[in-house]
Design a protein around this ligand. Sequence first.
Ligand code: PLP
Length: 284
Amino acid sequence: MSRMVFVNGEYVPEEAARVSVFDRGFLFADGVYEVVSVLGGKLVDFAGHMARLRRSLGALDMEMPMAEAEFLATHRDLVARNALDEGMVYTQVTRGAADRDFLFPPEGTPLSVVSFTQAAALVDKPAARRGIRIITQPDIRWGRRDIKTVQLLAASMCKMAAKKAGKDDAWMVEDGFVTEGTSNNAYVVAGGSIITRDLSHSILHGITRAAVLRLAREARMTLEERAFTVEEAKAADEAFVTSASSFVTPVIEIDGLPVGSGAPGPVAARLREIYIADARASAV
Ligand code: PLP
């Protein structure tokens, strides 16, 4: 049975799913997206992802194309139609199809909405057990990384550089400070403190980041929200990343140097465990 995807109000088999060649997502990367993880057939932190979708759209002068309840129904429909137990629901909203012009299309041009599922093992993952090896790369992205746009070429190029180097991922660096991972937020553990970059236009405001920081506070762990340097990361006791699809994943090597003992550390392991328990309990 082929995967059913949602395209502008209809559920269609993926082979039959179509968007216009004039779609501004295609021509201008004029669109935003969200990725909601699915555990046990339920949606993790759905409200948080919808809040960020609304914020990303608002920052680009677009409105929510459907009510949040409709997005919830669509997500649940896709999970059910594709019998998804574990994985992700990807949703993309673009400024719609219009003749190619740098100016935004006339008011009333319908936004395009596409959603699809991706099956994936999220809890039981080799990367979580053994940790990932990363390289650092210059952050060449634009100045509004807090908007979750579909312009992902810079991140894609960093990920390819990591692959070519035989590693798993990359952290992006600006003025000597780590901004974030290609598709995750970055953390180090040093001197008993969990350190992660503070929120600004420089990084995506991760929904998993917010949950992990809340859980760390509840567990009375020490947190510092501030930028950290590559040198600090290399000298840290532990490092890890968070995202909707990787939860909390330890980083065991940076630019060929082991982080701490070179094995996944206890802080990342504990945070991963409490994050997954909380995500399962609160999924809708
Ligand atoms: N930073 C970037 C650049 C990302 O692309 C992502 C996720 O795709 C994240 C951080 C993590 O965000 P979230 O926890 O909401 O998945």
